[in-house]
Design a protein around this ligand. Structure first.
Ligand SMILES: [Fe+2]
Ligand SMILES: [Fe+2]
Length: 180
């Protein structure tokens, strides 16, 4: 389904940010200092793109529709996924706190936990839960969901495009500098 493909494509962008985050964490730990503007950018990306742009569509549009179509909203995989979104937000707050304290080791530890959580979360959605959700949805739902996503994204789209552009640039910088 097209609406699911769109969310999966966003997962690939989030994974790119996680790669940068982990490389940044490794380097920060080795050098004992944090690259402040770059770390602030990644946190903004995680808050604005991964959470406000992507998780928002899952929680307030896709999971809602799946529940309307008969999938359990609570006590099953949808509740687990939402719990992980919440856990991710707590990691982002902790990373921001460590960044404010200029605590490179603390930031690195938190960043690795966050990346691990989100990678496994994305894998579960791609491989298990999205196919499950598709079983509940019709072709009509697919069309409607795409429109609802557009409405949900309306004010965020331009900013998210800028974030993706900057991420591309940062991604090559970090590959080069870390030698990985
Ligand atoms: Fe999710
Ligand atoms: Fe997702």
């Amino acid at each position: 389904m097209e609406n699911i493909e769109l969310l999966k494509m966003e997962h690939r962008n989030i994974e790119k940010a996680l790669d940068v985050l982990v490389r940044m964490a490794d380097r920060a730990e080795k050098q004992g200092t944090l690259p402040i503007p770059e770390a602030e950018f990644i946190l903004d990306f995680l808050r604005s793109y991964a959470d406000a742009f992507h998780h928002n569509k899952e929680e307030s549009v896709l999971f809602e529709r799946a529940a309307e179509k008969g999938m359990s909203r609570f006590g099953g995989p949808l509740e687990v996924l939402e719990g992980e979104h919440e856990e991710g937000r707590a990691h982002i707050r902790a990373m921001a706190q460590h960044l404010g304290d200029n605590d490179a080791a603390g930031f690195a530890g938190e960043a690795r936990h966050y990346a691990q959580l989100l990678r496994s979360h994305i894998h579960t959605e791609d491989q298990d839960v999205f196919p499950m959700i598709e079983e509940y949805l019709s072709g009509g739902d697919d069309v409607e969901l795409l429109l609802l996503y557009q409405n949900a994204d309306l004010e965020k789209r331009a900013y998210c495009r800028q974030l993706l552009k900057k991420l591309e640039a940062l991604s090559s910088t970090f590959k080069f500098r870390s030698g990985s």
